[in-house]
Design a protein around this ligand. Sequence first.
Ligand code: PNS
Length: 171
Amino acid sequence: MSTVLYPGSFDPIHLGHLDVIEQSLELFGDVVVAAMHNPSKPGGMFTLDERLSMIQRSVAHLIDTVGGTVRVVAFPGLAVDAARSVAADFIVKGLRTGGDFEVEQQMAHTNYAAAAVRTVYLPCKPSLVFISSRFIREIAKYGGDITAMVPGTVVADLVRASQHDRPGTAT
Ligand code: PNS
C-alpha cells in the first residue's frame, strides 16, 4: 500500500475528481485529498472551508472502505509541503486532455526539482473527460443544470452559490 496526495482546487469537486479518487483508492490504498489554492485561478466560487466540506461529503461513502482509506485536508501552502506533511509517497493527478498534460508535466517537473516529490498521472474515465470545474461554475451561474457533472451531495451548494452571483441580475 502507498500513501498518495491528490491536490486540487476542487472549486467545486466534480465527477472527474471523484473518478481519480476512486482509481487512487483501488491502486494505492491510502488517499489524501487536499483542497488547495491555485494562484493562477483567483476569484473562484467557494472558500477553502466550503470546498473542504463539499469534498468530505462527496467521499463519505469511500472513507474506510475495505482495504483502503480516504482522508480530506485543506492545505493553503505548496503541494510538496502538503505531500510531506501527510508522508505521501507521491502526488497523483488526473489527465483529461493534452492541454492538461502540458500543464501537469511542468508542475510535476517543478515539484520534483524543488522537493524530489514525484507525480503519477491517472487517465480520467472517457465518459467524464469533458467535465471541468470552470464550466460547472459558469453553467451554475446562469441557472443551468449541472447534476450530471457533480456528486449529488454538492448540487445544492452550487445552486445556493449561484443565486448570490447570477450574472445580469440586480444586486
Ligand atoms: O485543480 P487545479 O486548480 O488544477 O489544482 C492545481 C493545484 C492546486 C494542485 C496547484 O495550483 C498547486 O499545487 N497549488 C499549490 C501551490 C503550489 O504548490 N505551487 C507550485 C506548483 S509547481
